[in-house]
Write a protein that binds this ligand. Structure first.
Ligand code: GDP
Length: 364
């Protein structure tokens, strides 16, 4: 599955958040969740549309889709030079598909700050610098290799060198690779370097309980600092989330949220934002046995989407019957949907849309 890595300096609230995330699994009891490894957790993606289908179809089971989170603890200043198991953690980051960068924006004298005072922009830069060092290493290695090839007059190598130099300059100037403007060709050239700072990121501003609505000066500073990266900043209170995670039943949770004037938990927001960050979308299947959400990448065609259910569905794909979830909601039954002409028959070139309810026809 696709993974989001949780990174940040020590003592910023990563474990608190991760633990809250991994106990959020309890919310949908009929899915075989697990914690794969102590630091990897699988979480359901909250989706109200499942309820719509459940009410209409009355299936035996409802299966939400999931996303994986990895707690990548231990990143400290000097990690790129091997400090504090640095290389191991950096290797972990290389494997994830997106990054949640947790930054301490809460004031609490009882919680020691590794650098002495709460300064999210400084903290973020410490982590970024380590990742940028690592990216520079990768780029330098590639440049060395290409220089030799370019000397013999290889045009492609020369072109690639120009692109690499552009990234190198940006990284040396303290920028993350994701903030470099590049076209599709350029991105292709550097794709297999798996740069750490090009991975999509959400900055998670961990604020004190009283600041979940308003934010604080730390959040404002952080937002300014990351504006150039086009990255989202999500405010969350890890301590609120930890308290919610401990509550057993849904009513209690709702009451707790209401006390804070919150419509939903920060974790739900964060999970959905992570899903979007990974450019994932959901389609549904609905029948008397089960209603189920399936995850695909935005832009996938119908056969590839069918392949998520079973490879045979992809190989033997003939057609897909597609109903938009909103039509389901409005018209309620398949008969009514068909009568209204709202069931489309799509072929192998159909690009599946978020919220499609799909029924595949295939050869075995
Ligand atoms: P990590 O090292 O980044 O994983 O940080 P932890 O999650 O272990 O948190 C470090 C300390 O900060 C713990 O004592 C937490 O209880 C505390 N902490 C985490 N989040 C918050 C928060 O939102 N508010 C306050 N006041 N303390 C927090």
């Amino acid at each position: 599955g696709l993974q989001c890595g949780i990174v940040g300096l020590p003592n910023v609230g990563k474990s608190t958040l991760f633990n809250a995330l991994s106990s959020a699994k309890a919310e949908a009891a009929n899915f075989p969740f697990c914690t794969i490894e102590p630091n990897v957790g699988i979480v359901t993606v909250p989706d109200d549309r499942l309820k719509v289908l459940e009410d209409l179809v009355d299936p035996k089971k409802v299966l939400p889709t999931v996303i994986e989170f990895v707690d990548i603890a231990g990143l400290v200043k000097g990690a790129s030079k091997g400090e504090g198991l640095g290389n191991k953690f950096l290797a972990n980051i290389r494997e994830v598909d997106a990054i949640l960068h947790v930054v301490r924006c809460f004031n609490d004298d009882n919680v020691v700050h590794v650098a002495g005072s709460v300064d999210p922009v400084f903290d973020k830069d410490v982590i970024d610098t380590e990742l940028q060092f690592k990216d520079l290493e990768s780029i330098d290695k590639r440049i060395q290799r290409l220089m030799k090839i370019a000397k013999s007059g290889d045009a492609a190598a020369k072109k690639e060198l120009v692109v690499l130099e552009k990234y190198k300059t940006a990284l040396e100037g303290g920028a993350n690779a994701r903030s470099v403007e590049a076209d599709e060709d350029e991105l292709k050239m550097i794709h297999d370097l798996s740069l750490l700072t090009i991975k999509p990121v959400i900055y998670v501003a961990n604020v004190e309980e009283g600041a979940v609505h308003t934010g604080n000066d730390h959040v404002t500073a952080l937002k300014e600092a990351v504006a150039a990266e086009n990255a989202q900043v999500i405010m969350i209170s890890a301590s609120i989330e930890a308290q919610i995670a401990e509550l057993e039943d849904e009513d209690e949770k709702e009451m707790f949220l209401e006390e804070y004037g919150l419509k939903e938990s920060g974790l739900n927001r964060l999970i959905r934002a992570s899903y979007a960050l990974l450019e994932l979308i959901t389609y549904f299947t609905a029948g008397p046995q089960e209603v189920r959400a399936w995850t695909i990448k935005n832009g996938w065609k119908a056969p590839q989407a069918a392949g998520v259910i079973h490879t045979d569905f992809e190989k033997g794909f003939i057609k897909a019957e597609v109903i938009k979830i909103d039509d389901y909601k409005a018209l309620k039954t398949e008969v009514a949907i068909k009568e209204a002409g709202k069931m489309a028959i799509e072929g192998k070139d159909y690009i599946v849309q978020d919220g499609d309810v799909m029924h595949f026809r295939f050869n075995v």
